[in-house]
Ligand binder design. Structure first.
Ligand code: SF4
Length: 226
């Protein structure tokens, strides 16, 4: 990391934000900051289950061809425009005469990213934003436009296809700008207790019960008395 004369922070590629953090950020800004700025992490059932399920995807062959589809697994991706990096669980190259020409395969293909998720589709758009972040990296790296992708959910065992709209792209830009802003300032938002806190892997470190109404020492004293 280098601070330029004009005050802008110039991050090295390996300091770019992790795409996997977008789901944390959409879930709770504070959770993301505790993990990605303060480097705190706490495993719970949901995070371990997710890791195990992702391992199953990652353990497949890196490259495979099925009929007219080439399948690439665990593909490293990066966007210098948005300063994000990560990997795609699966990228399908689907043969299509109207697709983009790939000289390596001497053929035209549409690019179709797929993200694997534990559980079922969520109410918030954390999964969509994560998939879109991957898509935007692929678009920047390959110099093309991708209109749709999918999230596969282990609980429903279904692929949910997502068509990327301009509204979604604008929300992604707003989210990633906010993340980079917090990251530059090393800013961790204060606790805001919500129903999400119940399943949050960081609730024991975040202490949402305090909710700005008492100090940590008052809270510990209260719990000891109970
Ligand atoms: S416990 Fe609640 S406020 Fe704290 S990080 Fe988790 S979701 Fe956010």
């Amino acid at each position: 990391m280098e601070i330029l004369d004009n005050g802008i922070i110039d991050y090295k590629e390996d300091e770019y934000l992790l795409i996997s953090g977008i789901q944390h950020f959409v879930f709770c800004r504070r959770q993301w900051a505790l993990i990605h700025i303060e480097q705190l992490w706490n495993e719970n059932f949901f995070t371990i289950d997710g890791l195990i399920k992702h391992k199953r995807v990652d353990n497949g062959d890196i490259f495979e061809t099925k009929k007219k589809v080439k399948i690439i697994r665990s593909m490293p991706i990066i966007s210098h425009e948005y300063k994000i990096r990560g990997k795609c669980d699966v990228v399908e190259l689907r043969a299509d005469d109207k697709g983009f020409y790939f000289s390596k395969y001497n053929g035209k293909y549409n690019v179709y990213p797929i993200e694997y998720k534990r559980g079922r589709p969520k109410i918030d758009e954390s999964d969509i934003m994560q998939l879109l972040a991957q898509t935007i990296c692929l678009e920047e790296m390959l110099g093309l436009r991708i209109d749709k992708g999918a999230c596969f959910y282990f609980e429903t065992r279904r692929r949910e296809e997502i068509n990327f709209t301009d509204d979604m792209r604008n929300r992604f830009i707003a989210i990633v700008s906010e993340m980079n802003n917090y990251y530059d300032r090393k800013y961790t938002p204060k606790v805001r207790k919500t129903s999400k806190c119940r399943t949050c892997s960081l609730k024991d470190l975040c202490l949402p019960e305090i909710d700005g109404t008492m100090s940590v020492s008052e809270y510990i004293e209260k719990r000891l008395r109970e």
